[in-house]
Design a protein around this ligand. Structure first.
Ligand code: AFP
Length: 331
């Protein structure tokens, strides 16, 4: 039985956070509830809850029942709950605004409720990715105040549903990781102020797409797997869930990449979404001493023009990301 520091207590002792600790506590208490509900549902999903809804989402992807359910869990969690007044989700075409919550000091939560949907029906690793941005006073129906660069995120994090359920987050004062003690129903501190190793020995990419990439991206992967010496003997570790692949980089170093696809019929801007996948994990990477790049530009410097926009991504240890950029991976 672990008797460590709970997430709630750890937040109360936090200093130098990017938002008032009282608001941080209110928002993270909701995230904790969401994590516990999804963890429980996933552990039972094999019994009921797998498969497709029959709908197609704004990305043209067939919607999994767990995607839709996961989104509902967020909507319910922040209903009638100060201080969040807006939600932006991978599973919703448009932002959701809670008119009842609008007041002076408000926030928007941006999230991917079930990350790694291709893993839901095969009991594979899954995640939830989230970030919080401040809403401008009197913001009205527009969302210009939310499209600001990721450098203005106040909180970012992910929940990893693996053998253990873990929650990693940053509020601008380092990255802390908590493990869910299911008997206590509490997230207990596992690692504090995590530092990503400057380099690693693994890379994560859907290598099946290699023929669609820029030449530079192909040459980068060929170089790190050329086995000339220790620094060119990387192993491939890819599980199809960004949060899970990023978690490995955070703890052991290495790089995750999803290049743009220049070949006919490819994804010219890559696959992953800026606002609720790339920017949140790039904040964690930087808070832990790593980096998040498009191959040309710092992810956290990008101001979005649309809530579901995509960008190529090279994220992980600072040395690997710099090496990737030096290969002109995105032309
Ligand atoms: P969802 O976010 O739609 O579940 O997709 C998973 C994901 O965005 C990310 O988690 C994975 O790294 C990547 O897509 C997997 O994409 P491929 O199936 O093309 O490798």
């Amino acid at each position: 039985m672990s008797a460590g520091i709970t997430l709630k207590r750890h937040i109360k002792t936090k200093s130098a956070t990017a938002l008032p600790v009282a608001d941080l506590a209110l928002i993270m208490e909701r995230i904790e509830l969401i994590a516990a509900r999804i963890t429980r549902q996933l552990s039972l999903a094999g019994l009921d809850g797998l498969g497709y809804t029959g709908e197609t989402n704004v990305h043209g992807e067939k919607v999994k029942k767990l995607d839709e359910w996961g989104n509902k869990v967020f909507l319910e969690a922040f209903e009638h709950r100060d201080p969040v007044c807006s939600l932006i989700s991978e599973e919703m075409d448009e932002p959701h605004h809670y008119s009842s919550n609008c007041r002076e000091n408000n926030y928007c939560v941006l999230y991917d409720p079930i990350d790694g949907s291709s893993n839901t029906d095969v009991n594979g690793s899954l995640g939830t990715i989230f970030a919080v941005k401040k809403r401008a006073p009197g913001h009205g129906a527009g969302i210009d105040d939310i499209l600001v660069p990721g450098s203005q995120q106040l909180i970012a994090g992910y929940i990893l549903y693996g053998p253990a359920a873990q929650l990693a987050y940053s509020a601008g004062a380092g990255v802390d990781i908590f493990t869910l003690d299911r008997t206590l129903g509490e997230f207990i501190l596992w690692k504090e102020n995590v530092k990503m190793p400057p380099h690693g020995t693994t890379y994560a990419v859907n290598q099946g797409n290699v023929g669609k990439w820029h030449d530079g991206a192909r040459k980068f992967v060929a170089h790190i797997t050329s086995r000339k010496d220790k620094r060119t003997s990387y192993s491939l570790r890819y599980c199809g869930a960004f949060a899970a692949d990023f978690h490995r980089c955070l703890l052991e170093g290495g790089i995750f990449m999803y290049p743009a696809e220049v070949a006919e019929g490819g994804k010219p801007k890559g696959k992953l979404r800026l606002m609720y996948e790339l920017a949140p994990l790039s904040m964690l990477a930087e808070q832990a001493g790593g980096r998040g790049s498009t191959g040309k530009q710092r992810i956290l410097d990008i101001a979005a023009t649309a809530i579901h926009e995509r960008h190529p991504i090279y994220i992980g240890s600072a040395e690997e990301v710099a090496l990737a950029e030096s290969f002109k991976v995105e032309g």
